[in-house]
Design a protein. Structure first.
Length: 328
């Protein structure tokens, strides 16, 4: 089967490409002219130069493809302007959907994010696939852009496209070259993960996410969302596990909830003053940090056979990979 992956030079996309090759699939990847190709090193994939913002290049890449995994996105929203995040994530997805319909693609799997679902109402009630990012949080550019992109996919479904949406949570494991989620490990090793907000997140091993993608292609229900997640952990507990695995200093303090708006403003002011292009933390991240991005993954476990690798193992695998590649 001929498979196309957009975003294959990224963390999830490269791991997905490797898994599909191991299954004997013919894998084609769409790469921008400026993309770093390190993640694809040693993989026998067909590379097509193009961009999801260029419909003609998309059309060429999708020729003869049975299955398309649309993974490409601007995930590092704190490193990019909001306009660019919306353009790539929404307009790019619109293009993928339209060209998939034109090319007669049999199946599209869209990699959305748990950010499009939003935080749990409270820690004891994890969110599921029926929830959408509330309007009060539409200032969260990444989550809002992913929600709008999902709507583009659903429009395609209404026009006859067989498409499934997967919503990975925070993905950790080997291969995160750009330190997207792996930035937490890097920060811990540098002693920068000692003061934390009071909220929590759902964290998942990249290999579980890859298996979830493939299962969604094979047996996911058209038009449905599937949360690809793992353990729900407070930020402090996650940081403690990272410290235990890496030998980094453990967390010292959990900020009180009332302090977060003040801290967020101070962080924004400091980042503006120092003109930091890639800050350790942004004001928006502090504001979101007090919320509990906890999820119920029962649907994906039941319908897709989603694995539940412990977070500690994801940290171990990521840590060993970074050490082996002399990145930490």
């Amino acid at each position: 089967m001929q498979v196309l992956i957009t975003g294959a030079t990224g963390f999830v996309g490269a791991n997905l490409a490797r898994a599909l090759l191991e299954r004997g699939e013919r894998v084609r990847v769409l790469c921008r002219p400026t993309s770093r190709l390190d993640a694809l090193e040693g993989l026998s994939v067909e590379r097509v130069v193009g961009d999801i913002l260029n419909p003609d290049s998309l059309r060429a890449a999708m020729q003869s493809c049975t299955l398309v995994f649309h993974v490409a996105a601007v995930a590092q929203y704190w490193r990019n302007h909001a306009e660019w995040v919306y353009r790539v994530n929404v307009e790019g997805t619109r293009n993928v959907v339209q060209i998939a319909l034109q090319c007669g693609v049999e199946r599209l799997v869209y990699t959305s994010s748990s950010a499009a679902i939003g935080p749990a109402p409270h820690p004891g009630a994890p969110a599921d696939e029926t929830q959408q990012l509330p309007e009060s949080l539409h200032w969260f550019v990444y989550g809002h852009s992913k929600l709008l992109a999902e709507q583009e996919v659903q429009r395609g479904v209404e026009l006859g496209l067989s498409a499934v949406i997967v919503n990975p949570t925070i993905v950790l494991g080997p291969g995160d070259l750009n330190f997207v989620s792996g930035s937490a490990i890097r920060a811990a090793v540098r002693g920068q993960l000692r003061i934390l907000p009071p909220g929590g997140s759902n964290l998942v091993h990249v290999q579980d996410v890859v298996v979830g993608h493939i299962a969604a292609a094979e047996r996911g229900r058209t038009g449905e969302r599937y949360i690809l997640g793992g353990e729900n952990l407070t930020h402090r507990r996650a940081a403690e596990i990272i410290a235990e695995v890496t030998g980094a200093p453990p967390p010292l303090l959990t900020l009180p909830t009332w302090s977060l708006p003040i801290v967020a403003r101070l962080v924004d002011a400091l980042n503006t003053l120092t003109r930091t292009r890639d800050p350790l933390v942004t004001g928006d991240q502090v504001r979101l940090g007090g919320k509990y991005f906890y999820y119920n993954c029962a649907k994906a476990i039941r319908e897709l056979g989603l694995l539940q690798t412990p977070f500690r193992q994801a940290v171990v695998d990521a840590w060993h990979w970074y050490r082996a590649h002399k990145m930490l």
